[in-house]
Write a protein that binds this ligand. Sequence first.
Ligand SMILES: [Ca+2]
Length: 418
Amino acid sequence: MTRANNQRHDSGAEASRGASRGASAHRPVAAAVLKPLVAVAVVLAAATFYFGLPQSAGAGQTDAPKASVTKLKVTEIATGLANPWGLQFLPDGRMLVTERPGRIRIVDAAGKLSPPVAGVPKVHARGQGGLLDIRLAPDFATTGTVFFSFSEPREGGKSATAVARARLMLADGTDGGKLEDLRIIFRQQPAQPTSHHYGSRIVPRADGTLFVTTGDRGIGNLAQDTAATIGKVIRITADGGVPADNPKQPGWAPEVWSMGHRNIQGAAIDSASGRLWTVEHGARGGDELNRPEAGKNYGWPVISYGRNYNLSKIGVGTGKEGMEQPVYFWDPSIATSGLAIYDGGLFPDWKGNLLVGGLAGAQVSRLVVENGAIAAEEVLLEDRGDRIRDVRVGPDGAVYLLVDEGNGAILKLTPAGR
Ligand SMILES: [Ca+2]
């Protein structure tokens, strides 16, 4: 999302000022109340500018020391993809790539695009909506099962995030293959008239269940509505059921794993620890890295390090009892997108590092994790101006990136000289 979009879509703070859920995100506040609030906010913002971050930002929670510089070779291996969103390697080395308008392509090592895979359902391809992430099931080799997320058209022009599973029938040659036995296994509730903040990433776990990340649909308070599957991390079985060990807090929708998220477009499991990491778009200066745990509340829109675009405070500030702090946040925002945890062999120094794509930031942020905190950061590719939508580690250990444009591309990162 661009900074302009961020601005247009930032309705969380308004919704948090005592407004009733979902109904009054844009309710005007009486000028008599607003003026002193704005004045206080401007003073606070100025104080922050001069005296640094609010005290509750822990050491290493933002602006980490610079990591060592990596000399990279960047190769454009495919072009002609329309707003590519999710990338997944097939066992044969080819790539499945979603295009947001509603197509899945198979891309070979030479960068050749297949015709669209047949059988993709109709998607709500408006605003930030459309076809989103795609993942292979852990048993893909024997079942051909794939999962994909999309903005599903609902009644009355509304839409919501959904996840489908299907069997991918791969044909020989240049044919794109087709999806069979398609079933929707997750339907976000309730549907909304907006066309933004859909999330979403799918992360299959070794136990056969899936994490699905969602967004707040631009209505921040729904992220705190425990019955809504909006602004949440969701965990479901491969058939769409509820895993027996989901947190199931009182009043929570049974699929909810964690709550209080704004718009999670990056998620990955660290194979060493088995822990889930996510990145989410914040408001201005509030993009977050989290490690969501079962049954916890990550605070949006009650707490945030971001500010509204008029610099006023969001919710109650940066911290509150019972709400989790982000592991790390970006100020200024980079508009976080895909997340990968490096586990390849081509960059031995990157083992276990988090690689976070940035859209508006037009970069990849390499984060060095030590004892669960961020010890150092390197900004990669900041001289190119590419909006990075997804980040994947290939079977060859190279890092593959999707560039979000109407004529989008796949980039491959390898060490310089290799
Ligand atoms: Ca948060």
